[in-house]
Design a protein around this ligand. Structure first.
Ligand code: DC
Length: 251
């Protein structure tokens, strides 16, 4: 069913740890379980770009979990709600419909049936999203939604808590990281394409605030799962990271 994968010699592993061999585990009724790949790490580590490419190569469903938190943040912002008000934001998520739609490899994010794919990437959303993402009830609903999205699909999910909370039994877990300066450089480059006036300082502040909030929150903080494979992407090209991930996958 799956094509043989390319394993570049430089990254070929002589012996894979047991957890790295995908087990198409059989559940009670003998149905095959879907394969889950978890990709976690801080902003700017290259998760989105790399995860999309791996998904394409493996023909897996790509699930951008950050987009879900971003869409909810957008709705709260549009309604001028206080992002710190847990009750209000929890009530809001219960009457919000967020969909990830796939069209010829392009992912569209729909919020209450409106396309918000571009809007959720703007800095004013990025600035508020970690506040929304730390609310326990929001995370519970988002976690359920992510599990539902991956149900009946071989999926690769990127986020902060995929390997630790959403899918602790994922077949493969990766943790992508990079030096802070490199992450700022990448994010700045990306944002500059959309907004010529963007300042490095703004991007730097946003990344360090988010790093801190995402990794110190009480519920499902950003951290590497014990059984994840750590990849420092600082000096690697996109292709090198993709190849390195693929070199670990056995299907
Ligand atoms: O990956 P991203 O930058 O689009 O994510 C935006 C924010 O959403 C991130 O700063 C923290 C939050 N998030 C999260 O808490 N858990 C996830 N699984 C994904 C994202």
């Amino acid at each position: 069913m799956f094509q043989a994968l390319h394993h570049p010699p430089a990254y070929r592993q002589t012996k894979l740890p047991n957890h790295c061999i995908a087990k198409k585990r059989r559940v009670k009724n003998n149905a095959r379980r879907d394969i889950i790949i978890a990709v976690d790490g801080p902003a700017g580590a290259g998760k989105s770009t790399v995860t999309k490419l791996v998904a394409k190569k493996l023909r897996f469903l790509y699930i951008d979990t950050g987009a879900l938190y971003r869409a909810l943040t957008l709705k709260a912002k549009r309604l001028n709600l206080n992002l710190k008000n847990k009750k209000v934001i929890t009530a809001l998520i219960k009457k919000t419909d967020i969909k990830l739609i796939y069209n010829k490899n392009l992912l569209k994010v729909k919020l209450d049936n409106y396309d918000v794919t571009k809007e959720i990437r703007k800095l004013y959303i990025t600035d508020g999203v970690s506040e929304v993402a730390k609310i326990k009830e929001v995370r519970q609903i988002m976690t359920e939604l992510q599990r539902k999205l991956a149900k009946n699909n071989n999926s690769i999910l990127e986020g902060r808590d995929i390997g630790t909370v959403v899918f602790p039994n994922a077949n493969f877990k990766f943790y992508l990281d990079a030096d802070f300066r490199e992450r700022v450089r990448r994010r700045f480059k990306e944002l500059k394409e959309k907004n010529k006036n963007i300042k490095t300082k703004l991007v730097k502040n946003n990344l360090s605030t988010r790093d801190k909030m995402d990794s110190t929150r009480k519920i499902a903080p950003l951290k590497m799962a014990k059984d994840a494979i750590y990849i420092d992407t600082t000096d690697l090209s996109i292709k090198e990271v993709v190849d390195r991930i693929l070199s670990w996958i056995r299907i």
